[in-house]
Unconditional design. Structure first.
Length: 229
């Protein structure tokens, strides 16, 4: 049975609350009692990020980047937390270091991602919002879930003067060339896969499918069909 997966849209709740306070309960349920390796490669300062994450999560996180062979450690890890930042930097480094293949092979590992870490859990990083600051050597990711996610999903703002594409328009462009469903996770939302069950928690989301109108999803929605369709 594949290890459980928890995919958070964000680490910092709105309104100035402390990081991860919106997801304390589900994080404790998902990671409690396990040795958790923190994957900091989405940001430039790995030491500072690992320290911040340990304090913010209140967990005894082990920094993967300080291991002599990070890939070997990831290959046998009981649980990982992949932090946010730039998705292209993250994928570039985990591919270069062999961590990408190690995480793919270690299906029993409990995977937690936030923002860019959520993007890495998908089949590809094609629905990230991030700027491609480095060539990651391909867009294929870990594939811990068979659908795509758009963390930090923002609804169209009819009062905005911004003339570029909205998130919805960009996801529609994705579906002009791809058939994979996309879950737009609003801030404060997460997806929790336990066995063959996928549930939306924390906040609302939107489901995008090719050729169909977006569907509003409320907390508690069962999305298990996404891993069997």
């Amino acid at each position: 049975m594949p290890g459980d997966v928890l995919l958070l849209s964000n680490s910092r709740p709105s309104g100035g609350a402390e990081p991860f306070t919106h997801a304390r309960e589900v994080l404790a349920e998902h990671l409690g009692g396990r040795t958790v390796w923190f994957v900091p490669y989405a940001q430039a300062d790995h030491d500072a990020y690992a320290t911040w994450a340990a304090d913010a999560l209140g967990l005894d996180l082990r920094p993967l980047h300080r291991e002599p062979d990070p890939a070997a450690t990831a290959a046998t890890a009981d649980a990982v937390f992949v932090g946010g930042g730039n998705t292209f930097r993250l994928l570039h480094d985990v591919r270069r270091l062999g961590i990408l293949d190690a995480l793919r092979a270690n299906a029993a590992c409990r995977y937690t991602g936030s923002s860019a870490g959520t993007n890495l859990a998908q089949p590809t990083i094609m629905t990230t919002n991030d700027m491609p600051i480095v060539d990651p050597g391909g867009l294929d990711a870990v594939g811990r879930v068979p659908f795509q996610v758009n963390p930090h999903y923002l609804d169209p703002d009819p009062t905005s003067s911004h003339q570029g594409e909205t998130r919805e328009e960009r996801i529609r462009e994705f579906h002009e060339l791809n058939t994979v469903p996309v879950v737009g996770l609003r801030e404060g939302a997460w997806l929790h896969r336990t066995g063959d069950t996928v549930t939306l928690g924390g906040h609302t989301a939107r489901l995008f499918r090719r050729g169909e109108e977006p569907l509003e999803l409320g907390p508690g929605t069962d999305l298990s069909w996404l891993i069997s369709s």
